[in-house]
Design a protein around this ligand. Structure first.
Ligand code: NAP
Ligand code: ZN
Length: 349
């Protein structure tokens, strides 16, 4: 089979590999929709994966083979493959963090420690715990948005503990931040202040529930938000963009007792610093939580319900559509370039 792999030197290229076979708890899936992600770009640009590794971790497909121990799925089932497909037998799962099963972020198996979804087929470990049926009412392109963008976006709002009537700041409105906005709205936020600049993203942020837009290019974001909130600050802040200094803005925008949920991935090497004064000299009860996208079957079933029952339209994230295996490369290169009209590309196979 063909797959788009990391070939070294910050590049991807096509490789030929044998079609995988399922044993035990595994399943082999023929991909029908995939999407490139900022995390794939990090993996390639920072040379984070081994040469020859097929990349891509956002996919929907049809099961073509199951191992003898798989109980709940059969050949022909259409399934959502979460970005995070951990080993559910590791102790970290009992500690409540399946994303870090077998080590920091090691729940992110596909495209990191095993071949990913930018291929004709992918092998998934522990199918019963990791796959979710794609409901008939959910299209493959809608389904593929659930695997990471929706799950991570929702998690940002969970980490920040957004509640009814809260004023919430969302720093960054790429696809992840947009789903943080949607999540904040679903959890009952009153005011949602979205921070970003690209017109397509701003339009989508307003669609998903932002009540105010702030541009970080118009000066200090915390100062702008202080002015907008009569110097009170926000109840919650979700971080989904920005560089190493972005937590300085996050701690500055929340009021004493405010929570910060970070889903941003800080790729640059360096220290994260923030003002002790803005953090209430250390006694301001401003909590910072940072977390990795949750995966697994139940999470995906819940995310799919949001689309199935009309609570969330994930198609508003998709700005570019491609058809056919070969076009995965074009979609990936687009994600690397990130033109200003791009939110999320999807490839139907
Ligand atoms: P993206 O498309 O690059 O969006 C980033 C956003 O941040 C854009 O809206 C950008 O504004 C904004 N931004 C940049 N600098 C800023 C600043 N100083 N202040 C406020 N906003 C600023 O990225 P994405 O695909 O949505 O992903 C967002 C982050 O989530 C990335 O770090 C990604 O690696 C991470 N991620 C994490 C997980 C996880 O498991 N936790 C999963 C997936 C992705 P413009 O409008 O000007 O572009
Ligand atoms: Zn992703």
């Amino acid at each position: 089979m063909k797959g788009l792999a990391y070939i070294g030197n910050q590049s991807v290229g096509w490789v030929e590999k044998p079609i995988p076979h399922a044993k035990g708890f595994e399943a082999v899936i023929r991909l029908i929709a995939v999407a490139p992600c900022s995390s794939d770009v990090h993996n390639v640009e920072e040379n984070l994966v081994q040469v020859g590794r097929i990349v891509g971790h956002e996919g929907v497909g049809e099961i073509v083979e199951i191992g003898s121990d798989v109980q709940d799925f059969k050949v022909g089932d259409r399934v959502i493959i979460p970005a995070i497909t951990p080993d559910w037998r590791a102790p970290e799962v009992q500690l409540g963090f399946h994303q870090h099963s077998r080590g920091l972020t090691r729940g992110a198996i596909i495209s990191n420690t095993a071949d990913g979804v930018f291929a004709e087929y992918v092998l998934i470990n522990d199918a019963d715990c990791n796959l979710a049926l794609l409901p008939e009412e959910v299209s493959p392109e809608e389904g593929v948005m659930l695997t990471d963008m929706v799950s991570t976006g929702m998690y940002g709002a969970e980490l920040a503990e957004v509640g009814f009537g809260d004023t919430v700041v969302v720093l960054g409105i790429g696809p992840v931040g947009l789903m943080c906005v949607a999540a904040a709205r679903m959890r009952g936020a009153g005011r949602i202040i979205a921070v970003g600049t690209r017109p397509k993203c701003v339009e989508a942020a307003l669609y998903y529930g932002a009540t105010d837009i702030v541009s970080y290019k118009d000066g200090d974001v915390a100062k702008q938000i202080y002015k907008m909130t009569n110097k009170k600050g926000a109840d919650r802040c979700i971080v989904a963009g920005g560089g190493l200094d972005i937590l300085n803005t996050a701690v500055a925008v929340v009021r004493p007792g405010g929570n910060i949920g970070n889903v941003n991935y800080f790729a640059e090497k360096g220290d994260i610093t923030f003002s002790n004064y803005m953090w209430g000299m250390g006694i301001g009860n401003k909590t910072i939580r940072g977390g990795h996208c949750p995966g697994g079957r139940v999470r995906m079933e819940h995310m799919a319900n949001l689309v199935k029952y009309g609570r969330l339209d994930t198609t508003k994230l998709i700005t570019h559509r491609f058809q056919g295996l070969d076009s995965i490369e074009e979609a990936f290169l687009l994600m690397m370039k990130k033109p200003s009209d791009l939110i999320k590309p999807v490839v139907l196979l």
